[in-house]
Design a protein around this ligand. Structure first.
Ligand code: GTP
Ligand code: MG
Length: 313
């Protein structure tokens, strides 16, 4: 299994990035099977890139006590292993294609049956007072936050999108299946936005990311069609330093910027290498495209297991 994983995965450290402490249930659900990874040749590129494999690993509470085997160490250094999964028992078909995410017993209920816009808030304290779990879309202006929401819910204009950065200017709560929220946020890093369109991020971070008790995970969107940007790296590092759970969602994986430019999978690898030092345990990551639908179903499954775990604790 060790070799199979080496050939399939980016070399990343694992994390369990849930707000609540881990515990484990044994309520096995039927897990779906998946078709092979996308055309993007990410795994081939990374086949030989094994120098992370000896990085420090850690034992999740799922692991048996005692010394870890080499394969467990490897699995834990590259995969997001959710609660309820024994790293020694992970098989290839439990790893979501185009990601480092393992499906566990909490996965399920990933279908979106209905979505309703609830409200726009311009301050964190105006957000819905609610105990339902939520996921916040964070990322640079124009990275594709609103487009990804539309792709996830399979509706064109639930969240408004634009070619021009700065379209989303408020905190928008969308209620899915009456049971959880997706939150569309204004983008950061749009220096030319008019004053009114600019977010006071320092107030926002304190008011929302650090205090929102129902925030299960931030989805940090990163444009895979361009090389790593300092502002995104700073953002990922800030979230890491503050122990705010996040999933790295790489967007625009369909987009190639010419023969000389790096491919999305190369940009993704570069990004992850750059944040690695700041993460003892690397976050879950996934490749997406709102144009082709790449990663949609997989991301929904990932959200379902984070949510179901959160709900059950
Ligand atoms: N090729 C490609 N284009 C995309 C993708 N996702 C979004 N776009 C395009 O990128 C532009 C910005 O998309 P938005 O969804 O409005 O981006 P945003 O992050 O919500 O932007 P702000 O609201 O300004 O923060 C639009 O022109 C989209 O059509 C993708 O996966 N692939
Ligand atoms: Mg937007």
């Amino acid at each position: 299994m060790l070799f199979a994983l080496r050939s399939r995965l980016f070399t990343l450290q694992l994390t369990s990035l849930l707000h609540k402490p881990q515990s484990f249930c044994h309520c096995h659900k039927n897990l779906p099977s998946f078709s092979p990874p996308s055309k993007i040749q990410m795994f081939e590129t990374l086949r030989s890139n094994t120098h992370f494999c000896n990085q420090a690993s850690f034992a999740t509470k799922a692991s048996k006590p005692g010394p870890l085997s080499e394969s467990t160490k490897f699995v834990q250094s590259v995969l997001f292993v959710p609660p309820g999964v024994n790293p020694d028992e992970i098989t290839d078909d439990l790893i979501l294609p185009g990601s480092n995410i393992v499906l566990g017993p909490y996965a399920g209920d990933a279908k979106i049956k209905e979505v309703e816009f609830v409200k726009s808030s311009n301050r964190p304290k105006d957000c819905p007072k609610d105990d339902r779990p939520e996921f916040a879309m964070l990322g640079r202006s124009n990275v594709g936050k609103s487009s990804l929401i539309n792709a996830l819910v399979r509706k064109k204009e639930v969240a408004l999108t634009s070619k021009k950065p700065g379209k989303t200017q408020l905190i928008n709560h969308f209620l899915v299946n009456k049971s959880w929220y997706i939150v569309d946020l204004p983008g950061y890093g749009f220096a030319n936005a008019p004053e009114a369109a600019r977010m006071d991020w320092s107030a926002f971070t304190k008011g929302y990311f650090l205090n929102r008790e129902t925030l299960v995970s931030v989805l940090l969107l990163v444009d895979a069609s361009v090389p790593p940007q300092k502002i995104d790296l700073d953002c990922a590092n800030w979230l890491g330093r503050n122990n705010i759970p996040l999933t790295l969602v790489f967007t625009k994986c369909d987009k190639m910027k010419g023969a000389k430019a790096k491919r999305p999978d190369e940009n993704i690898r570069d990004f992850q290498q750059l944040i690695r030092e700041n993460y003892k345990r690397h976050p879950p990551w996934i490749m997406t495209s709102s144009v082709t639908g790449l990663g949609r179903d997989e991301l929904l499954l990932h959200l379902s297991q984070l949510r179901n775990f959160w709900n059950n604790e």
